[in-house]
Design a protein around this ligand. Structure first.
Ligand code: ADP
Ligand code: MG
Length: 264
């Protein structure tokens, strides 16, 4: 199967000082890749670089990042803007922060969908409510009419993910989408992302420092430490049979997984 997104020997530097070193991986259609590592290991930097979302002082200094065969690093800002959202969606830890506080969810959906010129307003609303229903939102019409402050943190995150998906991207980059949420709500967000893969075949890179989230979702896992790749491969192998000492240490901090390993 052809790769959708490929990183080849990527190095990323801030102010000429490398923080991500020699990272290579391929993401295929419908694949869920978990990018795992402690805070500061370079996870956000790595995924943001694909969309040209590093700060001004950040730059890919070696290697290549390609999407469907196009080198993303050679694109102009205008060309990248067409890929952001419509081809590669992105969601963040702070859903409320990435939504506009003074406009309803519905208005924000209309803006996002109409900006990309995909549909008219009536169609946009119909498609949104259909997706809300598929994702088991309790009262789609009410969510459509709500302001972000009227929704819980979990519901904001779920609405944010749905908004990203309405543009039908082939890849969703999710940067710690569950980290700010209670455990029960985390599960709903994980289930929503799994449902999206089922419904649309979306490939997902889930960035998380939480091994149990990786375990619940991922087909493949890449473990990062201080910007270096520690381990990369099928999720089951890495989470149940790690060969790298750092991965073993990360796993030993997760009681739930350890238990499951004992049962298997
Ligand atoms: N804008 C920036 N300027 C300078 N250094 C940065 C910047 N953003 C991130 N870094 C550094 O890059 C490294 C990786 O950070 P980050 O990608 O945010 O890690 P993670 O997402 O895994 O917590 C850290 O050492 C961080 O200090
Ligand atoms: Mg981060």
């Amino acid at each position: 199967m052809d790769s959708l997104l490929t990183y080849e020997n990527v190095e990323i530097s801030f102010e000429k000082c490398p923080v991500v070193h020699d990272i290579s991986f391929s993401l295929h259609e419908g694949e869920i890749l978990a990018l795992v590592g402690e805070s500061g290991s370079g996870k956000s930097t790595l995924i943001r670089s694909a969309l040209g979302l590093l700060n001004d002082n950040g730059k890919v200094t070696k290697g290549e990042i390609s999407y469907k065969g196009t080198n993303l690093l050679s694109l102009r800002e205008k060309e990248l803007r067409q890929i952001r959202g419509a081809e590669i969606g992105m969601i963040f830890q702070d859903a409320k922060g990435s939504l506009c506080p003074i406009r309803t969810i519905g208005d924000q959906i209309l803006e996002s969908m109409c900006a990309h010129g995909k549909v008219n307003k009536a169609e946009a609303k119909v498609r949104s409510l259909e997706l809300f229903e598929k994702l088991s939102f309790k009262d789609g019409e009410k969510i459509w009419n709500s302001y972000p402050f009227e929704l819980s943190g979990g519901m904001n995150q779920r609405a944010g993910i749905a908004i990203s998906m309405l543009l039908n991207p082939s890849i969703l980059l999710a940067d710690e989408p569950t980290s700010a949420l209670d455990v029960a709500v985390q599960k709903q967000v994980v289930d929503e992302m799994l449902a999206l893969r089922e419904l649309f075949g979306t490939a997902i890179i889930i960035v998380t420092h939480d091994i149990s989230v990786a375990s619940a979702m991922a087909d493949t896992v890449l473990v990062l430490k201080d910007g270096y790749k520690m381990e990369y491969g099928p999720a089951w192998d890495i989470l149940h049979n790690p060969t790298n000492d750092y991965t073993k240490m990360l796993l030993s901090a997760v009681p739930r997984l350890k238990k499951r390993r004992e049962i298997v």
